[in-house]
Design a protein around this ligand. Structure first.
Ligand SMILES: Cc1ncc(COP(=O)(O)O)c(C=O)c1O
Length: 444
């Protein structure tokens, strides 16, 4: 065989031919693997034909979004308005997860011959999805791990400062608290409004807080407590002028927003694709900008940490639950089939409608900005005279709607948080509003 053809047909990682690969994937559990692949192909075919028929149909509801909703798996008709905590998987992701687990269970040796290549494919798809390069992508387990990798891996000295916002998730504060205790760094908290009035209010607050000892701004991109979307682009422009690194906690970002690392300009970005992207729980993503990789040590290591010349050095974790990573690749394909710009528009259209309806109810205080640049699919609010838990329980009992309580009484962030993903309809929001109105009408 001609050498070039041979090179193409043999997997460079493990020397297995493409024909063997296909044979392997169809072997043993042939029927189920084959039928799962066929089911997935049918889903994508249906989305492609819907896309051709319904161009840019963000709102109102209609055939397009009704059809998309049917690709998600919900038990007992539950109306899931809390994917901000953990989201559902679309059918193709579930199918791929099952397929990979099955292959791993039934052919544990041979499956590992293909995993490295499959993982690299997912890395490339992830990179393209967020406009980064594969060399900047670390496949983690979740946001918390990504944030720990950064806090732990930066060389900071006693007295160096890290600025956090007043609205950080524990996953974003504790890695720094540990570093403070071990190494004597200083954490300083910058208050942000509920909601802030505009972009400048946030950027100015951080600018004023920077001192010559400030090394890092560590901030939520998607604030879990208030639904704020932090203006990372403006914040990182300001911070970089002052030589300060920016770490973004974007647990909710991937799958909710049309992300572009180059545009955002941040240095580090951690996210959890199981919330809005439809990936299984247990696989996450950390972006580390190429230009700052020489500043970041790996935290967990095995062979490769000192030889990889890119972000793969942060990922030498030994054997992993690889089926999760492969399913993450499928979650990207599913969102790409719909279009990530379209997804962000739909999510924001739904959240905008929810906010407009909430504002009509006496006693409602929105914790989330109404500016679509400063908000996304998370909407938080409180209502005078109504206990958030009462509302959560009432709408679950009456409509099978899942929302959650969020926040803290002491800083007035305590309230209800609603996630409006693409499978949610205007009709669902109307039901929620009806429930809230009922409670308000009967409040003592
Ligand atoms: C803003 C924010 N950061 C971090 C986390 C932690 O995410 P994970 O448990 O996936 O690490 C969450 C979880 O909800 C969050 O909302």
């Amino acid at each position: 065989m001609n050498e070039r053809i041979q090179r193409e047909r043999i997997n460079p990682v493990n020397g297995v031919s493409r024909r063997d690969f296909v044979k392997f994937f169809l072997a043993g559990s042939a029927l189920s693997v084959y039928s799962l692949n066929k089911l997935n192909a049918a889903v994508y075919q249906s989305i492609t034909s819907l896309n051709q028929k319904y161009i840019q149909d963000e709102s109102p509801d209609g055939i397009y979004w009704d059809a998309i909703e049917k690709h998600f798996l919900f038990q007992d008709g539950v109306i899931m308005m809390n994917n901000g905590t953990v989201g559902p998987m679309p059918q193709p992701v579930f199918n791929t997860l099952i397929k990979c687990f099955k292959l791993q269970c039934t052919n544990p040796f041979e499956v590992y011959a293909f995993i490295p290549r499959k993982k690299e494919e997912v890395r490339s798809r992830l990179a393209k999805f967020i406009n980064a390069s594969p060399e900047e992508i670390v496949i983690t387990r979740n946001t918390t791990e990504g944030l720990n990798f950064v806090a732990n891996g930066l060389d900071l000295e006693e007295g160096d400062e890290v600025l956090l916002s007043s609205m950080e998730h524990p996953g974003g504060t504790h890695p720094w608290k540990l570093k403070e205790k071990r190494f004597g760094i200083k954490i300083r908290e910058v208050p942000i409004g509920l909601p802030p009035k505009n972009v400048d209010e946030i950027v100015d607050a951080f600018q004023k807080a920077i001192t010559p000892r400030t090394k890092v701004i560590s901030i939520s991109h998607t604030v879990y407590i208030s639904g704020l979307i932090t203006p990372l682009k403006e914040l990182s422009e300001m911070a970089h002028e002052k030589g300060v690194l920016v770490l973004a906690d974007s647990a909710h970002g991937i799958g909710m927003l049309n992300l572009d690392m180059k545009k955002l300009g941040i240095d580090f970005f951690a996210t959890s694709p199981y919330k809005w992207l439809g990936a299984p729980t247990g696989v996450g993503l950390l972006y580390v900008k190429k230009e700052v990789q020489d500043k970041l040590w790996p935290t967990i290591v095995s062979s490769g940490w000192d030889t990889h010349q890119d972000a793969r050095r942060y990922e030498t974790l030994g054997q992993r639950a690889d089926a999760l990573t492969i399913a993450l690749g499928e979650a990207i394909d599913f969102q790409n089939a719909i279009g990530k710009e379209r997804i962000e528009r739909r999510i924001k259209a739904l959240a905008g409608y929810l906010k407009r309806e909430l504002k009509k109810i006496p006693g409602v205080r929105l914790h989330t900005s109404e500016n679509p640049y400063l908000s996304g699919g998370l909407t938080a609010f409180s209502i005078e005279g109504i206990e958030p838990a009462q509302l959560v329980n009432y709408v679950r009992e009456k409509y099978n709607i899942v929302v959650r309580t969020i926040g803290r009484k002491e800083d007035k962030t305590y309230g209800v948080r609603v996630s409006t993903h693409i499978y949610i309809s205007y009709k669902h929001i109307d039901m929620l509003i009806e429930g809230i109105r009922h409670l308000v009408h009967h409040r003592s």
